[in-house]
Ligand binder design. Structure first.
Ligand code: GTP
Ligand code: MN
Ligand code: MN
Ligand code: MN
Ligand code: MN
Ligand code: MN
Length: 200
């Protein structure tokens, strides 16, 4: 397990900790941008109310609901579809970066899940998120797809990675892309190098 990570069980043993669960929903796709650039995967993130990019999900109180039931509830609120998420979809748990000052002194633990669904389900999530989701236009300004390609001139994933993300959502995305073989490591490296250059 990577440093700073803890198991789902260790996290739940902390009775005074707060918990938040977020999920990366993705599918395969044969769609091509401009009829020539393979999109390969549809990966959903969201533009949050605070202008930061993050994954759908939110705070869960384990005394009232399981982590996965809470995540499913948050999905209903934020994307309008109560997709079931299971313990098998869990990929990582860590303490939140200590940077954000919190009114409550209890530590926040972040649980991250990844769930692969069918392309048509992704499209249904996108439709529901923009219509029936109660948080649409409030906590969630809109769903966004992650571009996996790099174009001549550097557009694509590198520029996407140059945006600002909530908490450790950026590294959750990078880790998931590698873990689930959604991009070749050398292509990811190229994109990240481009995004770092832009920041410098
Ligand atoms: P409320 O309904 O207003 O309470 O929001 P919420 O329950 O939807 O909570 P939110 O999604 O904002 O997540 C709670 C906290 O988790 C945030 O304040 C961030 O610190 C953190 N967080 C939010 N999104 C992400 C994400 O995608 N990844 C990570 N690692 N942390 C996140
Ligand atoms: Mn056009
Ligand atoms: Mn929410
Ligand atoms: Mn949320
Ligand atoms: Mn909430
Ligand atoms: Mn809410």
């Amino acid at each position: 397990m990577a440093s700073g990570q803890l198991s789902r069980e260790e996290a739940l043993a902390c009775s005074e900790c707060r918990h938040a669960c977020h999920v990366m929903l993705y599918s395969d796709t044969k769609t091509q941008l401009f009829g020539r650039i393979p999109i390969r995967h549809i990966i959903l993130m969201q533009m949050r109310f605070d202008g930061l990019l993050g994954f759908p999900g939110g705070l869960v109180n384990p005394a009232e609901e399981t982590l996965e039931a809470g995540l499913s509830r948050e999905l209903l609120e934020e994307v309008g579809v109560a997709l079931p998420v299971s313990v098998e979809d869990h990929v990582a748990t860590c303490f939140a970066p200590a940077s954000s000052p919190s009114s409550s002194s209890s530590r926040l633990i972040l649980h991250f899940y990844v769930k692969k669904i069918e392309e048509e389900q992704i499209r249904e999530v996108e439709r529901a998120a923009a219509s029936t989701a109660t948080d649409h236009g409030l906590e969630v300004l809109g769903m966004v797809r992650v571009p996996l390609y790099t174009m001549k001139g550097g557009g694509g994933l590198g520029l996407f990675m140059s945006h600002t993300f909530i908490g450790n959502a950026r590294s959750q995305l990078v880790d998931a892309l590698l873990r689930f073989n959604l991009i070749a490591p050398k292509d990811l490296h190229k994109a990240l190098t481009h995004s770092l250059k832009k920041h410098a």
